[in-house]
Design a binder for this molecule. Structure first.
Ligand SMILES: [Mn+2]
Length: 357
């Protein structure tokens, strides 16, 4: 498995006429090397690969590094060791990932004189992670099920009069208790009028009767993220909120139903968008239908009006239409699916029936 991942990278390097690559971003380091530490450089050549770390990470790197990767503790400086390896293995033309801090690029340029040329591979390295293998799909499924469990337990906990932050604290405590490393992003708990903010992270706002509460959260489990959203109501919702809930639910179910491998992501987005637009809320759905989820909470593919991606077997992404009305509130429903044998398999099991606490 690990070797397959490095082979995919080596094929990309060949296509770009490169001798090797330097991987320093954390998501790609986890993917290609299995290493979860925060600082490292992974140098990949045609036949060898080296994971260079400092003293703090030597034991961990040796333990975690995938087959075919040699873990090395650098002596003086990371770039010094990297520069030596580049020379000894004649890796003159090297690619690097696009999403690097500029300071890191400058360090490559200034401290690696043995690299004759450094080529920005943009998002081409990230794109190698777009099709998930069986091991990744299993981890993602387990992550989502853990999130479902948190949600069902949380429903027993939430009461009017609680602060959003109290709910977030209980939620994140449960995540860890059930075996997650922690949340995959800052939990969104947006109640009442705040629910009209798509990314309303928990505040000290108090949950009151009649409120919609958008709960958008995820866990990290064995390096993989989950992402789900449910919107619940504290007491009977008003007529418009109830209507909005029905529209979002219909848009979400029909978008799921329409998914097939080989379709354009933009067309999947359109299925949900048309339903919401016909109901008169087109402008209130101001984000894309979904996004890929994997080692990162937001990754390829993008499922939006601007996307150029084609949805294929093995892609894992969210389906999350929403309607947000300033002064009233918002509703979003989000599941995570994988495409397999041409069809979507929904990882998420939580109900989408109207929940009134
Ligand atoms: Mn999401």
């Amino acid at each position: 498995m690990s070797n397959n991942r490095l082979e995919k990278l080596r094929t990309l390097l060949k296509e770009n006429d490169l001798d090797g690559a330097i991987i320093s971003g954390r998501p790609n380091t986890i993917y290609f090397a299995g290493f979860t530490g925060t600082t490292s450089s992974l140098l990949v050549g045609p036949d060898n690969a080296w994971l260079i770390v400092d003293f703090r990470y030597t034991i961990q790197a040796k333990k975690q590094a995938f087959e075919g990767i040699e873990a090395i503790q650098y002596e003086d400086t990371l770039h010094g060791t990297l520069n030596e390896l580049i020379k000894d293995n004649r890796l003159e033309k090297l690619g690097f990932e696009g999403l690097l801090p500029f300071s890191e690029y400058e360090a490559f340029r200034d401290k690696l004189p043995n690299a004759k040329s450094l080529v920005n591979l943009g998002n081409k390295v990230d794109k190698l992670r777009i099709i998930k293998d069986a091991d990744e799909i299993e981890r993602l499924q387990q992550a989502v099920l853990l999130g479902d469990k948190v949600f069902s337990e949380l429903l027993k906990f939430i009461k009017p009069g609680m602060k959003e932050t109290e709910i977030a604290a209980e939620m994140e405590y449960m995540m860890k208790k059930f075996g997650a490393k922690g949340p995959s992003f800052e939990s969104i708990i947006a109640s009442g009028k705040r629910s009209a903010m798509c990314h309303g992270t928990a505040t000290d706002a108090v949950i009151e009767k009649g409120d919609a509460v958008v709960l958008d959260f995820g866990v990290i489990y064995r390096n993989y993220c989950s992402d789900m959203t449910r919107t619940i109501f504290i007491g009977e919702p008003g007529a418009e909120l109830k209507k909005v809930y029905g529209i979002v639910k219909k848009a979400q179910l029909e978008a799921l139903d329409a998914l097939t491998s080989g379709m354009r992501a933009v067309d999947a987005d359109k299925v949900a968008r048309d339903i919401i637009t016909e109901a008169g809320y087109g402008k209130a759905f101001g984000h894309g239908l979904g996004h890929g989820v994997g080692i990162e909470i937001h990754e390829e593919p993008r499922v939006s009006v601007k996307s150029e991606d084609i949805l294929e077997d093995g892609m894992v992404f969210s389906v999350e239409p929403g309607i947000y009305v300033e002064g009233l509130g918002g509703v979003r429903i989000e599941d995570m699916v994988v495409l397999a044998d041409g069809k979507p398999r929904n990882f998420t099991t939580s109900t989408k029936d109207l929940i009134i606490l």
